[in-house]
Design a protein around this ligand. Structure first.
Ligand SMILES: *Cc1c(COP(=O)(O)O)cnc(C)c1O
Length: 719
């Protein structure tokens, strides 16, 4: 990104004076991420200047600032374009002022004054706001968008990471290298939060024995406001300026202070803004320190002791856990907690040092135990939930020890299954089919499974297959483009680089596999029997091609090794025309993949996939899931709407299970997936495949969308 320092004011003025009058409404629209999920929004900005749009990574504010005068004046005199600008701006105003409101405006509990306060360490709102690493962030972004669409009053709090999450590049030898981009608030459509006098609103948190100050930025996500704390200000020393430096990139100490800022600083910010939430939603444990700040506040105000204060805090807070393994939960060495917190907090809470540490322990006074944010959250929130039914069950067993005297079944942890924001993930061409067959308000009737199902069944096979085929051609063009450029950048041979231009085949069965490279996701499973895999992909009549993408944690050498093995397939002529690895998996790559693949493969080791959401994005676009029965797929699969791997109980021995799952995977591919895909009628139509696509859309979309998820949170958890 370009480097502009402290020119926030100047830049926005400049933009305003430069933009020709007919294009002015674009400014207003550019400052709210609403455009990114609205029909025609992306296309409108892209068409202003497609080249600059790509260069500025789909950031509309930069687009408006960097498009050439020639282009701007040309578009400002194009009647069709101006009409589109007016239309979108009109829709925007309508949405903001009197758009749909599912949540009753006369509700007495959750209101604009007493909104839901949503806390998360990462947000995946749009690719041009790189404050996410993966699933958790995407889920948070989708949650905000659905809350906005439903008219549920919600404000969100997060951190503005100056360097975001790492970006990925593979060396020629296949080894992953990491690099960071720098995010400059001054070129993003976010505003510095100021008070009435125009002074930036700041909060202070004592950490590591120093007062650290943070300013905050407002990103508008439809009708939802997302506040992002930022310590990169001159008042702080170099170290403290980097508290909001990297997302999940620093050491353990950085993680503690980031979480202090998010939780404690976040509550203080809401106070500065005059927000008094009805409920605080801790989306994953990263923000759990907020409960301590609330306790401190209540003790001071009501002059009560910590025990009584915690009872109040519990009434105010709800917690969602996302990890099904103990090791995946954030926990810290007590020494580190001491170093970062000092003694101020425990003194203000009137707790001894041991009592303070006990808050983060499963067993009180267990010196061997670290300080865990999940135990802290479970103790201080009135409700804890997992993110799928299975994950609820797994979490009850995992945290059973915290509830002595109860059976596993009695552990008070419930579940709300994750869903994805349909308007964000649907391809425009598929959306137009829904508009035609279900109605312009198709997203609003998703909850009516019967109406949705009848409408989808009426769609003709030709329409759906035709749209899907076009999307696949688009995907292959994208793969070729990406592969060509990464080969060129890596200095590959000319012949190999050139071959990217013709790689892959739009007619071949295309399987996508994209996710973090983590052990339990079992990236190696397809390669368990390489001869069998080769036979599968190189079948002359019924070829299969594979697209991979995903990042390995920078410190995870094992994961990097797995990636390298995959990348080195490029030297094997039997594989390189049928398999590709796309670098730097992010929302943009995900979007291309989930819209267009025939099959989405997922092979986690059970029961470690808490929910998974990428397969839900595929279902919205008519792709089929081929997955281990874990997470959301246990609830989604019904025998007619996709494919299940290993329809038997999980055994204890991980090794044996890996082998059985691999066998099942090959078998399902060979005997079910490939034959069904290539079964064609006289018009080359895969009738039974398309039938399954429709079953997938009609049965899965009404359940696994984030409107359903947010409604469930509102009714079951928040109220
Ligand atoms: C949806 C999404 C994820 C989460 O997908 P899983 O199914 O949980 O692996 C991760 N990263 C990106 C970029 C996504 O869009």
């Amino acid at each position: 990104m370009i480097h502009v320092e402290n020119v926030f004011e100047e830049m926005s003025i400049q933009e305003e004076t430069q933009l020709p009058e007919p294009l002015r409404p674009l400014e207003r629209v550019a400052w709210n991420y609403w455009w990114s999920w609205t029909p025609g929004g992306t296309a409108l900005f892209r068409d202003l200047d497609p080249v600059v749009w790509e260069e500025c990574e789909h950031n509309p504010r930069r687009l408006l600032a960097e498009s050439s005068e020639v282009r701007l004046t040309e578009m400002a005199t194009d009647p069709d374009y101006i009409a589109r600008v007016r239309e979108l701006a009109k829709e925007f105003d309508k949405y903001m002022e009197d758009g749909r409101r599912w949540w009753p405006q006369n509700d007495t509990k959750i209101t604009t004054e007493h909104a839901v306060a949503y806390f998360c360490a990462e947000y995946g709102v749009h690719n041009s706001l790189p404050l996410y690493s993966g699933g958790l962030g995407m889920l948070a972004g989708d949650h905000l968008k659905s809350a906005s669409d439903l008219g549920l009053p919600l404000v969100a709090v997060g951190l503005l990471y100056r360097y975001g999450y790492f970006r990925q590049r593979l060396r020629r030898d296949g080894w992953q290298e990491e690099y960071y981009g720098e995010t400059h608030p001054s070129v993003l459509p976010i505003t510095l939060v100021r008070d009435e006098q125009g002074t930036p609103v700041t909060v202070e948190v004592e950490m590591r024995g120093r007062l650290v100050r943070a300013q905050s930025w407002l990103a508008e996500v439809g009708r939802v406001q997302l506040f992002l704390l930022d310590t990169n200000i001159p008042e702080n020393n170099e170290t403290d300026r980097l508290v909001t430096g990297h997302l999940y990139g620093g050491d353990r100490e950085t993680r503690v202070v980031q979480e202090m800022l998010l939780g404690i600083g976040g509550v203080r910010l809401l106070r500065e803004l005059g927000v008094r939430p009805h409920v605080y939603h801790l989306n994953e444990g990263h923000s759990a320190f907020l409960t301590l700040e609330l306790a401190r506040e209540i003790m001071k105000k009501e002059e009560i002791d910590f025990g009584q204060a915690v009872n109040h805090v519990r009434e105010l807070c709800v917690f969602t856990t996302h990890t099904p393994v103990a090791a995946g939960n954030d926990e810290f060495n007590p020494k580190l907690i001491e170093k970062c917190f000092g003694s101020t907090f425990e003194e203000e809470l009137d707790l001894s040092h041991e009592e303070f540490l006990n808050l983060g322990r499963i067993k009180p006074y267990d010196d061997a135990e670290s300080f865990g944010l999940t135990p802290l959250a479970i103790k201080t929130c009135r409700s804890t939930n997992g993110v799928s039914r299975k994950h609820g069950e797994v979490s009850r067993a995992l945290w059973h020890d915290m509830f002595p005297g109860r059976t596993v079944g009695e552990v008070p942890i419930t579940s709300v299954t994750n869903g994805v924001h349909a308007p964000t993930w649907v391809a425009p061409i598929i959306r137009s089919l829904y508009e035609k067959h279900v109605g312009l308000d198709w997203t609003e009737i998703l909850y009516d499974a019967k109406v949705w199902k009848d409408a989808i069944e009426k769609m003709s096979d030709e329409e759906l297959w035709g749209a899907h085929t076009l999307l696949k051609r688009r995907l292959i063009a994208f793969v070729r483009h990406r592969a060509f450029h990464s080969r060129m950048n890596a200095g590959e041979s000319r012949e190999y680089t050139e071959s990217a231009r013709t790689m892959f085949d739009a007619g071949a069965l295309t399987i996508g596999f994209a996710r973090r490279v983590a052990g339990y996701k079992r990236w190696g499973m397809l390669m368990t029997d390489s001869n069998r895999l080769l036979r599968l992909i190189n079948n002359e009549e019924r070829p299969v091609q594979l697209i991979f993408a995903g990042k390995a944690h920078p410190q995870d050498e094992g994961a990097k090794f797995i990636l390298q093995q995959l990348a080195l397939w490029k030297s094997d002529p039997l594989i390189r025309n049928r398999a590709v690895f796309l670098e730097d998996y992010d929302q943009e790559v995900a979007r291309h993949l989930v819209r267009s693949v025939d099959v989405w493969l997922n092979v986690p080791r059970r029961p470690l996939e808490a929910s998974g959401t990428s397969g839900q994005k595929v279902a919205i676009n008519g792709g089929l899931n081929l997955s281990i029965l874990d997470g959301w797929w246990i609830e989604g699969y019904d025998g007619t709407n996709g494919f299940a791997i290993s329809d038997f109980d999980a055994t204890e021995d991980a090794h044996a299970m890996d082998a059985r799952d691999a066998e099942s995977l090959y078998k399902v591919l060979e005997e079910e997936v490939v034959p069904l895909y290539y079964e064609r009628d006289e018009r080359d139509m895969p009738r039974r495949w398309v039938e399954m696509m429709k079953r997938s859309i009609s049965t899965l979309v009404p359940l696994f969308n984030s409107d359903r998820m947010v409604r469930e949170y509102a009714l079951k958890i928040y109220s």
